[in-house]
Write a protein that binds this ligand. Structure first.
Ligand code: SAM
Ligand code: SF4
Length: 327
């Protein structure tokens, strides 16, 4: 469906848990989540499927599973299989920290997953432990190797370059795209939750590092994925390099997505709190047409643009953290 600004909304990101097996410094506090959601406050898989069916009827075609860490929720692969079977849903993808990927990759692929994004901010064990506060680097690398060994075609590595942690990892991370046709994407840090206490490495600095190391970056015009990433080719690379810059390359005019948190909040913009609690409605005994009407009404109210760093809009800013929303 179109929102009132004429944007086609066909992409839904569903956070299936607020729990995580890492504690990335820029995302989660060391001690974990203060107020973990109670099991009964989470959307059950049946509720997620019902909502997905309603969203599909309204024109959602692509779904991304996220979290917290989606692979820690039991039955995640079955959910993928069931979402894939819904009429209208063309693509189901996942974003994961990769810790459980080695053991789950085969099941995910058998369930029909269309894309796997692995978040990885460094290729060095010590830096990984500093950033994530966990010693799981080998597990993540094994996960990536497993997916590659299965020759899965739609693999992406997402990195958030942060001056304080991994500014010196850019070239080594990009190298992951040299010998396998995967995309390494550099995502601009957003001032959400703990992220607001760190400094993003600029796209210009990243491009200079890559050009010095590998030669000129050539813009790649073909469409890859569902989002706003800009892609480039590098000489001798099988894969691509991508940039997603929500702050410095504002893409709100092309925004095609809405989000569902693990406790059923329909979130219209990453930055703003406007949205709707769907859980009470879901559990009130209402039928699907009432749910669809509520969702339609909300999507029509999707804000035109984000206002990160704009004090005038401070009141509209959402206080949800990234691990609650899923990126
Ligand atoms: N746990 C999964 C993972 O790490 O891929 C899914 C959820 S995580 C919140 C999704 C993505 O958001 C990760 O790639 C993470 O690096 C990114 N992220 C977290 N905080 C961020 C911030 N403040 N700005 C930009 N990206 C952020
Ligand atoms: Fe967990 Fe992903 Fe947040 Fe890291 S970025 S703490 S892996 S939710």
């Amino acid at each position: 469906m179109k929102d009132r600004h004429g944007r086609e909304i066909d992409y839904l990101r569903i956070s299936i848990t607020d729990r995580c097996n890492l504690r990335c410094t820029y995302c989660m506090p060391e001690e974990g989540i203060e107020q973990q959601l109670r099991h009964e406050d989470l959307l059950s898989y049946e509720e997620i499927l019902r909502l997905a069916r309603c969203f599909a009827a309204l024109g959602i075609r692509k779904i991304k599973l996220t979290g917290g860490e989606p692979l820690v929720r039991l039955g995640c692969c079955d959910l993928v299989r069931q979402l894939k079977a819904l009429p209208g849903i063309e693509q189901v993808t996942i974003t994961t920290n990769g810790v459980l990927l080695a053991e789950m990759a085969e099941d995910l692929i058998a369930a029909g997953i269309d894309g796997i994004n692995v978040s990885l901010d460094t290729v060095e064990r010590e830096i990984f432990a500093q950033i994530t506060r966990r010693d799981y680097f080998d597990k993540v690398m094994a996960g990536l190797e497993r997916v590659k060994a299965l020759r899965f075609p739609n693999l992406k590595i997402n990195c958030v370059p942060i001056v304080q942690f991994n500014g010196d990892q850019i070239v080594k991370l990009a190298q992951q795209a040299q010998d396998y046709p995967l995309a390494v994407r550099f995502i601009e840090l957003m001032p959400i939750g703990l992220g607001s206490t760190y400094t993003a490495v600029s796209k210009e600095d990243i491009m200079k590092l890559l050009t010095d190391a590998f030669g000129p970056l050539q813009p790649y015009e073909e469409k890859l994925g569902n989002g706003p990433a800009e892609y480039y080719s590098l000489p001798g690379f099988q894969g691509k390099i991508g940039f997603i810059g929500a702050i410095h390359n504002k893409f709100c005019g092309q925004c095609n997505r809405v989000r569902l948190t693990s406790n059923g909040f329909l979130k219209l913009c990453l930055n703003q709190k406007k949205g709707m609690e769907l859980l009470p409605l879901l559990r009130s005994g209402c039928d699907d047409s009432a749910l669809q009407a509520a969702i339609t009404d909300m999507i029509l109210q999707k804000p035109l643009e984000h206002h990160f760093y704009d004090k005038e809009y401070a009141e509209d800013t959402d206080s949800r953290q990234m691990f609650q929303v899923g990126g």
